[in-house]
Design a binder for this molecule. Structure first.
Ligand SMILES: NC(=O)c1ccc[n+]([C@@H]2O[C@H](COP(=O)([O-])OP(=O)(O)OC[C@H]3O[C@@H](n4cnc5c(N)ncnc54)[C@H](OP(=O)(O)O)[C@@H]3O)[C@@H](O)[C@H]2O)c1
Length: 234
């Protein structure tokens, strides 16, 4: 079974690459910019993991990844759209470049990659989108990230209906706080959160179980009942 995971160099994608290779028998192609981390992971995992360097804020590089998979793979069984990043600060504090790259990496690239690759995926395969449970509240300090993830959520719900007929499952993952590099990279130190290895295990089990939605931790499922997003609690 072949899997493509974006954002395999760190955090959730890094741990998921390990679980899928070691425990679920996938051959994983990991994508990211940090080739040092990706190379290290390929040395650790051996033949089941290879990688491609790509900056997913650049549409031409997203298309290069798709071209590679179309050319090299007979079939893709699993596509995990996991790469993402945010920028802490108000809407007016985002530079034009931030607005474009946050929207591209979190929203446009996953859709373009999926659109290009579903033709390689058959009945029984899965497309995963890593969203955030934060879409259910107004994240005043991560507004563009939140907007991009809400757009992703909206699109994947529609896509799920479109792919039903061809037997491709769409799994949407909504993590709460996870202990990764995400917040530091976004410009803030945030303590606590779930272990990314546990989150990865839950994602792998949800893929195998054919689930449509996964909230981690599970109690966050309750916020979904309240609507796409709530006004801030403060
Ligand atoms: N951590 C949390 O609290 C949390 C909560 C909810 C949802 N999430 C979501 O979980 C997903 C994984 O994040 P994480 O927590 O594991 O954070 P992380 O440790 O910062 O990992 C992010 C991954 O995305 C990749 N990435 C970022 N920008 C990229 C770009 N321009 N081109 C290619 N790859 C890029 C990074 O790779 P390179 O640096 O190598 O490019 C890295 O592998 C994201 O979609 C995030 O929004 C995280």
């Amino acid at each position: 079974m072949n899997a493509l995971i974006t954002g395999a160099s760190s955090g959730i994608g890094f741990e998921l690459s390990k679980v899928l290779c070691r425990d679920f028998g996938y051959r994983v192609l990991g994508v990211g910019r940090n080739t040092v981390a990706l190379k290290k992971l390929s040395e650790e995992l051996g033949g089941c993991f290879s990688y491609l360097a790509a900056d997913l804020s650049r549409i031409e590089e997203v298309n290069s990844v798709a071209d590679y998979v179309v050319r090299e793979f007979d079939r893709l069984d699993l596509l995990v759209n996991n790469a993402g990043f945010g920028v802490y600060g108000g809407v007016l504090q985002h530079s034009d470049e931030d607005l474009i790259s946050v929207t591209t990496v979190n929203f446009l690239s996953p859709l373009i990659l999926t659109k290009r690759l579903v033709g390689k995926m058959g009945r029984g395969s899965t497309v995963v989108f890593v969203v955030t449970a934060g879409i259910h509240v107004l994240m005043r300090d991560l507004p563009i990230y939140g907007a991009a993830k809400i757009a992703l959520h909206y699109s994947l719900e529609a896509l799920r209906e479109e792919l039903k007929g061809v037997g491709i499952n769409v799994l949407a993952v909504y993590p709460g706080l996870v202990r990764t590099e995400f917040h530091r990279r976004a410009g803030r130190e945030v303590a606590g959160g779930a272990d990314p290895a546990d989150v990865a295990k839950k994602i792998a089990q949800a893929i195998r179980g054919g689930k449509k939605r996964l909230y981690v931790p599970r109690y966050l499922t309750v916020v979904r009942l309240l609507g796409p997003y709530l006004p801030a609690f403060r």
